[in-house]
Structure formats: C-alpha cells, structure tokens
Design a protein around this ligand. Structure first.
Ligand code: SF4
Ligand SMILES: [Zn+2]
Length: 324
C-alpha cells in the first residue's frame, strides 16, 4: 500500500488557455501534500487541513507519480501546494531545483504554474526555477482593496506587497497570475462585484492572467461559521458571469479565467438550481476560448431567478447591514 505522504492530495487533467500562444491546451494540475500554508489565517480557507508531515523525498515521489499520467501532447503543468511553493518550509530550494529539472526534461510541458504568497518571492527563489521556459507565479491577492483584504479576509499582506512581488517576478522574466476573490464575507453581492471590477483594473498592468475565484464555503473555516449562522451566502453565478464579462471588457489584453469550484452546490457559487449547469458550462467554455460571446449568449436564459438576482443587486447594497 502506498503511504498517504507519497500521494498528492489530488491531480486531474483538463484544458486551460495557453496565454503565450493564445490557444487552448491540455493542463495537468496537481495538489501536492506538503506541511501546508504557514499563515493559515484567511477567513475562507481550510486548505491547511490537507497538510501532513511530509519529507522533501515524499514531495518528489508525489510529483513523479502524477507525471506518470501526463498526456502525450503539449500541456501546462500546475503544481499547487495549498500554500506557497516558494516557502522554504513547504518546498526546499533543493526540491524546487529537482522539480525544475523534471519539468525541463519533459518537452511536452510548455509552462509551469506555481502559487505563492508574495513575501516569499525573491530573485534567488525564482532562480531555482529559471531553467523552466515559461514560469508563472500565481498570487492570491483576492482584492486590491487593503481594507477588505485585511479586515474581512485576514490575508496578512498589502496591495503594495503584491506590486513589489509582481515587479520581481517580471524582472526574472516570469509572468504573474493574480487571483481575485468574488464575495468575501461581510461584503454585499453588489459591492463584491464592484470591488472585483475595480481590483481587476488595478492588477491588470501586473498580470498575464486574472483568475476569479468564486468564494465557496470550506469546512472548518470562519466563513463556515458565518454561513451556518446565515450571515453569508456564496456569490450568485449571475454575479460571476457579470464580473468575468466586465473584467474582460475592461482589460482585453489580459486572459480572464474562473474555475467555478463547487458551482451549483449550496456551499459554492449558485443560482436557483435550474440554470446553474448551463452557466457553469459557459464559464468553463469562456476559460479556454476567451470568447465573450459565450457569456453574452447567457442573456437569452430566461430563468426566473435572474429577476431575484436583479432585485438583490438593487436592494442588497442598501439593506446590507441595516436594521430594516
Ligand atoms: S488562502 Fe492561501 S495564504 Fe490564506 S490560509 Fe489559505 S493557503 Fe494560506
Ligand atoms: Zn435560475
């Protein structure tokens, strides 16, 4: 029997948009099991429950196991750790160099994407990966608004920290993918949409890709407590569509994606249940085509929940937090 520590949390194959060649391409994503994120304070995040007391050898074994499922044709490799790939406590410099060699030896891997908090980004750590042809650093900024990020998400870094890190990434000739979070706790549906559109404009000059995360309720989080007490509802899928469209329209040179994790479920972004599937499929299609018509077509969906959503946007901002 293979020990849990030598097995990644998950891995799967799907498609993504290859920014450098402006076309869809296969994508192998792996979530490596590491000692996990050391911050562990974000209100919506329960990822660190997937962590374990693994060694660096275990991590390499997990990746080698995943790469056995590689497609024959060209693909993007995304290595996530539910934490920071550049945090020495999770992935050592030696392991990063070994991973870069593994990637470099496989011609079919066209791009490597890893995630990290900005405080771990420096030239030396990125240098460990410099033999990789296309390297992308994904940063979970969530919003450009320092108040929302610090008070409602508890992220522990500022927009200025993100900008400094993004500049270092560019100096190292790598690219930046920026995650924004639609609807953190304590933010109304309407304000959440406005915040993302504003944030997207501010991060676009630093980002090759803006990836919109639709907030979902993970287990054992502060967000879950709020949700159980009915102080929180995940974003509507209508809001997701609206936001993705507006980001793309306002920032045509940036690739915009949104992985609708948990869509249609009570803990994830959802509408009424009847139209959720069609909208989710459209978002997935948009991700790999970047064709706004795919989302514009959704205007034809005549689901009654759209009226409810419109009414919510009209009154939510006004009523949110009031005693009425
Ligand atoms: S969201 Fe990222 S930084 Fe925050 S606790 Fe989760 S893994 Fe750590
Ligand atoms: Zn509906």
């Amino acid at each position: 029997m293979i020990h849990k520590n030598k097995t990644p949390v998950a891995f799967w194959l799907d498609y993504d948009f290859f920014t450098e060649e402006q076309k869809p391409i296969k994508c192998l994503t792996v979530i490596l099991r590491t000692v996990g994120c050391q911050w562990r304070k974000c209100t919506m995040c329960g990822f660190w429950h997937e962590s374990a007391d693994v060694t660096q050898e275990d991590i390499l074994a997990q990746l080698e196991r995943t790469l056995r499922t590689s497609p024959e044709e060209d693909f993007i490799l995304k290595i996530f750790t539910s934490g920071s790939f550049l945090d020495e406590r999770e992935i050592s410099s030696g392991t990063r160099i070994a991973i870069a060699e593994l990637v470099n030896n496989r011609q079919a891997i066209k791009k490597l994407v890893v995630e990290t908090r900005p405080e771990f980004i420096n030239e030396k750590k990125i240098g460990d990966l410099n033999i990789v042809e296309h390297l992308e650093l994904a940063i979970g900024l969530e919003t450009a608004d320092d108040f929302i990020r610090s008070k409602y998400i508890n992220k522990g870094f500022s927009f200025a920290d993100y900008k400094t890190a993004a500049k270092i990434v560019h100096e190292c000739e790598a690219t930046v993918k920026t995650y924004l979070l639609l609807k953190p706790p304590f933010v109304s549906e309407k304000k959440a949409i406005e915040d993302i559109i504003k944030s997207a404009a501010l991060v676009a000059p630093y980002s090759s890709i803006i990836s919109l995360n639709l907030c979902n309720v993970q287990k054992y989080t502060r967000l879950e407590d709020l949700w159980r007490k009915r102080y929180y509802r995940p974003p509507w899928l209508w809001s997701a569509v609206e936001t993705v469209k507006e980001i793309k329209k306002g920032n045509e040179n940036v690739v915009v994606t949104s992985d609708p994790v948990g869509a249609g479920h009570i803990r994830g972004p959802h509408n009424c249940g009847k139209c959720d599937m069609e909208i989710t499929e459209a978002i997935k299609e948009f991700n790999i085509t970047q064709n706004l018509n795919v989302l514009e077509r959704l205007a034809e969906i005549d689901c009654e929940c759209k009226e409810t959503w419109h009414a919510l946007l009209k009154f939510d901002d006004f009523l949110f937090g009031s005693n009425i």
